[in-house]
Design a protein around this ligand. Structure first.
Ligand code: ZN
Ligand code: FE
Length: 256
C-alpha cells in the first residue's frame, strides 16, 4: 500500500493539527483544525485542496477552524455522532467501528470516552497511523473532563492493544512535562530515561516529539502501565484493579 503523506502543523501554544494527503487520489484531510489560519497557509503553500475535516472531539482548540475551512474548500466534516449537538458543522456522524474512507485508505473509528464523553480516535491500519486527539499523549493522557477513570482506562486499553509499530499522532506537544511526571512514577525505567533524554534533545532543537509509537508508549507511558506490578508497587497499590491504579496516577498528575 502506498503511504499517505502526514504533516504536522503547530497551532496555538502546543496543539498539533495534522494534514493528510493520499497521493493516489489527491484527497486531503485535516485532523482537529483548531485554528484555520495555519491550515490555509499550508494548503496554499502546497497547492492542495482540502476535502475532509476529521474531528476527534468537540473542544474548541480542535474544531475552531471547521467553519472557515468548510466554507473556503467545501470540505466534509466528520466526527462523533455523540458530539453531533456540539460540533456545529458536522456532516457525517460516526460510531465505534465505522469505517472512514480517505482516498485509497480506510480508517476505523474507535470510541475512546474519558477526556470527553464523545471522544473518538481514527486508526488507519494500512498506514500504521493513529490520530487520538486528547486521549493518549506521548507519556501522558488527557484530563478526565467528562468521563470516569474506569472509562478512560478502558479507552486507553483499546489503543494500547493496537500494533506496536502504530505511529501515534496526538493533539498536543505535552511530552516534556509528561516525562518529568512519568519519572516520578518510574524513576528506574531505562526506556523512559532514554526517551526523556531524547525528548530533551528534540525540544532543545525546536523539534516535535510526535509521532511516538505504541510500542514505545507501552514501555514508557505510566498511564498505559497501571497494571504493571512494578508501577503498582510504587503507588503502594499492589494487586489493585488496573482502573484504580490508573485513577491514582491521573490524580497525582492533576496536581503535579
Ligand atoms: Zn480536548
Ligand atoms: Fe486539546
Amino acid at each position: 500500500m502506498h503511504a499517505m503523506d502526514i504533516h504536522l502543523i503547530p497551532a496555538f501554544s502546543d496543539n498539533y493539527i495534522y494534514l493528510l494527503r493520499d497521493p493516489a487520489s489527491g484527497a486531503v484531510g485535516v485532523v482537529d483544525p483548531g485554528d484555520p489560519e495555519p491550515v490555509i497557509a499550508e494548503l496554499d503553500r502546497r497547492g492542495w485542496r482540502l476535502t475532509t475535516i476529521l474531528n476527534t472531539h468537540h473542544h474548541n482548540d480542535h474544531i475552531g477552524g471547521n467553519a472557515a475551512l468548510k466554507e473556503r474548500y467545501g470540505a466534509t466534516v466528520i466526527g462523533a455522532r455523540a458530539d453531533a449537538h456540539r460540533i456545529a458543522d458536522l456532516d457525517t456522524a460516526l460510531d465505534e467501528g465505522d469505517r472512514v474512507s480517505f482516498g485509497g485508505d480506510a480508517g476505523t473509528v474507535i470510541a475512546v470516552p474519558g477526556h470527553t464523553s464523545g471522544h473518538i480516535a481514527f486508526h488507519f491500519p494500512g498506514q500504521q497511523a493513529l490520530f487520538c486527539g486528547d486521549t493518549l499523549f506521548s507519556l501522558g493522557c488527557g484530563r478526565l473532563f467528562e468521563g470516569t477513570a474506569e472509562q478512560m482506562w478502558d479507552s486507553l486499553s483499546k489503543l494500547r492493544a493496537l500494533p506496536g509499530d502504530t505511529r501515534v499522532y496526538c493533539g498536543h506537544e505535552y511530552t516534556q512535562s509528561n516525562a518529568r511526571f512519568a519519572l516520578t512514577i518510574e524513576p528506574d525505567n531505562a526506556d523512559l530515561r532514554a526517551r526523556a533524554d531524547e525528548i530533551g534533545r528534540l525540544r532543545a532543537a525546536g523539534r516535535p516529539t510526535i509521532p511516538t509509537t505504541l510500542d514505545l508508549e507501552r514501555r514508557t507511558n505510566p498511564f498505559l502501565r497501571a497494571d504493571e506490578p512494578s508501577v503498582q508497587r510504587t503507588l503502594g497499590m499492589e494487586g489493585a484493579a488496573p482502573a484504580a491504579a490508573f485513577a491514582e496516577i491521573r490524580k497525582r498528575k492533576d496536581t503535579f
